[in-house]
Design a protein around this ligand. Structure first.
Ligand SMILES: [Zn+2]
Length: 325
């Protein structure tokens, strides 16, 4: 059902209406970040076109819906990059296959994933195919890099823009892939898309940096200037500390935000839900004012470092300011 795509409600409605009112385009280009659900929506759209119920949606259980799910429907063709390239042969195979009359209905649909990966020959052939679309053929091209698609191709397609997935949706996908919920939520807050979030979780230092953030915050509250030793020994001495500083400060900011949410009684909005004990303990020791100021201090540090300020001095300055409260 189209209602399976709450994150892409507008897209789902648009496609549903075009089908319901029999106003299908010859070609669609789904554009949006990785993880936005373009492929899932494309498959659902194909099902809806062929579904035996013919009500603008996919029932999911009829013969056509099932064949498309298994990628066995004769009139639905998939093209995906092979070794990172879509070649002319793949476009030719498609044309050959679609030159026969439609087997089971008046439509034929092809879905090209990562259309930006077409090489030049494939692009030229594709362009011709889009210029003279055979009767009943619907093209669905997918891309997360619309800037890499030739304007001549774009001008032949109805462009459908997918919104970036929300942190909740990213976190859910990561959890389904086996990432611990606390880390998944933190990565989802920091990254812009599922791929980036997944990469974050795969870096060894991600979990370690989050633990360090919790410890540093604790030391700032409990152990006075010892927090300076913590930042030295546990962060600055690390290999490639400069490469990790952005992530470290993002996690630190997220931590302070969680403390503030706890303090405001908005526990449902807390990201590091698996760390409720230290959150509660630390939040009770800081006023809301101090938490807000603390977030400001972390942001200022982040900003300074993007302007190439000295890493060690900036972090020491940050720790001391956070301590003053
Ligand atoms: Zn069906």
């Amino acid at each position: 059902m189209w209602s399976e795509f709450p994150a892409q409600k507008q897209v789902a409605e648009l496609l549903y209406r075009s089908l319901k009112h029999n106003r299908l385009s010859h070609a669609y280009l789904f554009s949006g970040p990785k993880g936005a659900g373009k492929k899932k929506v494309a498959k659902h759209f194909a099902k809806a076109i062929f579904c035996l119920k013919q009500n603008g949606d996919s029932c999911g259980i009829c013969k056509n819906c099932r064949l498309i799910e298994e990628r066995n429907h004769f009139d639905v063709h998939w093209i995906e990059p092979e070794r990172n390239i879509i070649r002319i042969k793949q476009v030719e195979d498609l044309q050959k296959k679609f030159s026969y009359r439609a087997a089971e209905s008046s439509h034929k649909v092809y879905i090209m994933d990562e259309a930006d990966k077409m090489n030049q020959e494939a692009t030229n052939r594709m362009l011709k195919f889009l210029e003279e679309p055979p009767q009943g053929v619907v093209a669905i091209l997918l891309t997360s890099r619309i800037q890499d698609i030739l304007p001549t191709i774009l001008s032949r397609c109805q462009i459908i823009t997918f919104a970036a997935p929300s942190p909740e949706i990213i976190a859910k996908e990561l959890e389904q892939a086996g990432v611990k919920p606390g880390l998944a939520r933190a990565a989802a807050q920091i990254a812009n898309d599922v791929e980036e979030a997944r990469r974050l979780c795969e870096t060894e230092s991600f979990a370690q940096l989050r633990s360090l953030v919790i410890q540093l915050s604790e030391d700032i509250l409990e152990r006075g200037t010892y927090a300076l030793v913590t930042i030295h020994d546990k962060f600055l001495k690390q290999e490639k500390a400069t490469d990790k500083i952005d992530l470290f400060l993002d996690l630190f900011l997220l931590w302070f935000r969680d403390l503030l949410f706890f303090s405001l009684g908005k526990e449902s909005q807390i990201t590091n839900k698996d760390q409720m004990e230290p959150i509660q303990k630390q939040a009770l020791r800081m006023s809301q004012r101090r938490l807000v100021d603390g977030m400001g201090t972390i942001l200022v540090t982040k900003n300074r470092l993007t302007h190439y300020a000295n890493l060690q001095l900036s972090l020491e300055d940050m720790v001391l300011r956070l301590q003053e409260g």
